[in-house]
Design a protein around this ligand. Structure first.
Ligand code: 5AD
Ligand code: SF4
Length: 475
């Protein structure tokens, strides 16, 4: 999927399910409180910001404590079975509170709502609302009905909903980095993936509304935007009269022109769709980050074909070469699945060797989890025993750990422009920021007058597997 499951800082397992409250709402301003938790990909986190915006206009203020909420929402993920189990567990906890506080409404949003539909009401008796990813505009009316005691479901998928006109309320924001959703849905039909079924057909958001959102964020002090879509390279927007068409490369350029001080990232690219145009646009603008998330999924052409990825091992490797040719300093990360149906030891070795070839700076690694309704579930047998899946996954993780460390060691002695995102969690005397290549850098504040949102030139002198450590260069 090409939206990162928790990309960059969100791509941090510890953030899963974190309570997202923009602020503790003033009870005089808001008549009711809502509490929202998000799971899964960055798109879900971004959707929660749209939901928060819709709820605000309805007089709901956020709370960080679900026990005092009138409305508790879980924005869910279906990508792997484990993601669904986590949500089910959480619902059990909410139900306990609801028994003591019967007026509280519990709603399930996102991919699990879409996948399980009314089943969720039968399985989870105390859920009041089930709302799919394209139906968030109907939340106010659904809530009203649910307050009257009805169980409400809206899981209609849309061909054109992009929530373009809704201004997201930035949840749990550091005030520096924000997501901008540029498209929804996916037309790719990778055989293992449930997303095309839960998020529907691909549609691109009005380019003007995207630029306006980027400008507004910049004016409010944000310094980095991540353009989100399941497959951003197939972004394609035309106005109603077909006078204006905007491709992803064009969109990138327009966002880059908002300000040279605004960093642009995007996620996720599909290897078959990322064009030279996109790569040249990235190379042309200093503020477009030199980092591409390019999920490989497997290094075996036979498995890739069964996965319906529409590229071969050689084709993927040529894409990596092209990226490095146009941007030698570009970092690449991947998603990798271990133990897909029929995978042999040889296929697995192909995955390990493509990792070595691509020298991923980072990877998101999973073992295959069969999802009901997907092409793979209908066509193939999930025949790799769990111990083998896990052993192969561990081998993949081990290779990646070494590659990440090697990549970080190569950065020692170099200096990088680092966007300061805030104080280091471990030590308030240190700043935490990231390089254009998306690597986290920790460095002492010393006596410089930097603030979050500033760019600092930092020379790297040490590293761990996941972090670079350095010092500000005196100019
Ligand atoms: N099993 C395991 N991993 C999966 N992904 C998607 N579907 C599955 C599945 N059924 C992984 C892919 C995708 C990432 C977001 O999640 O690697 O790129
Ligand atoms: Fe990504 Fe493929 Fe799933 Fe689409 S179908 S979201 S491209 S993994």
């Amino acid at each position: 999927m090409e939206i990162l499951e928790l990309q960059s800082k969100v791509h941090d397992e510890s953030k899963q399910g974190e309570a997202y409250a923009p602020f503790e709402a003033d009870p005089n301003l808001y008549k009711k409180r809502f509490y929202i938790e998000s799971y899964g990909c960055a798109m879900n986190f971004s959707d929660s910001e749209i939901v928060a915006s819709i709820l605000h206009t309805e007089g709901f203020g956020a709370t960080k404590n679900f026990e005092e909420a009138d409305l508790v929402l879980l924005n869910t993920c279906s990508i792997r079975e484990k993601a669904e189990q986590t949500v089910r567990k959480r619902l059990t906890e909410f139900r306990k509170t609801k028994r003591k506080k019967p007026g509280m409404l519990i709603g399930v949003l996102g991919c699990m709502a879409e996948r399980l539909k009314t089943k969720l009401l039968e399985e989870e008796k105390l859920v009041d609302l089930v709302v799919g990813p394209d139906a968030y505009r109907s939340l106010p009316s659904l809530i009203e009905e649910a307050e009257g005691g009805q169980k409400m479901v809206n899981v209609l998928l849309s061909r054109d909903e992009t929530y373009a006109d809704i201004s997201p309320v930035r949840l749990d924001s550091n005030g520096i980095c924000a997501f901008i959703s540029i498209m929804r849905g996916c037309n790719n039909m990778c055989s293992f993936c449930v997303v095309p079924f839960t998020r529907g057909r691909e549609r691109s958001r009005d380019a003007h509304s995207i630029i306006a959102e980027a400008k507004d964020l910049f004016d409010r002090g944000f310094r980095e935007v991540t353009l989100l879509g399941q497959n951003v390279d197939s972004y394609y927007w035309t106005d109603e009269n077909n006078h204006e068409t905007v491709t992803f490369a064009m969109l990138l350029e327009r966002v880059a022109l908002v300000s040279p001080l605004l960093r642009i990232r995007f996620s996720t690219s599909h290897p078959k769709d990322i064009t030279d145009d996109v790569l040249h646009t990235m190379a042309k603008y200093h503020n477009i980050c030199k980092y591409i998330h390019l999920p490989v999924q497997s290094g075996s052409s036979r498995i890739l074909q069964m996965m319906n990825r529409t590229y071969s091992r050689e084709w993927y490797m040529a894409k990596v070469d092209r990226i490095k040719e146009i941007m030698p300093d570009c970092s690449i990360s991947a998603d990798i699945i271990a133990g897909f149906c029929t995978e042999t030891e040889e296929d697995h070795q192909d995955t390990l060797s493509i990792m070595e070839y691509s020298k991923y700076d980072y990877s998101y690694m999973f073992f295959y989890s069969e999802r009901p309704g997907t092409l793979a579930e209908r066509r193939y047998t999930d025949d790799i025993p769990e111990e083998i899946k896990k052993r192969r996954l561990q081998e993949i993780i081990d290779v990646q750990s070494r590659l990440s460390k090697e990549s970080n060691l190569l950065d020692i002695g170099k200096s990088f422009e680092v966007l300061i995102e805030g104080e280091s969690k471990k030590d308030e005397k240190d700043w935490k920021g990231r390089t254009s290549q998306n690597k986290v850098v920790i460095f002492p504040k010393e006596n410089y007058a930097f603030r979050a949102g500033d760019y600092a030139q930092v020379k790297i002198d040490e590293c761990t597997q996941g972090t670079l450590l350095g010092k500000i260069i005196k100019n």
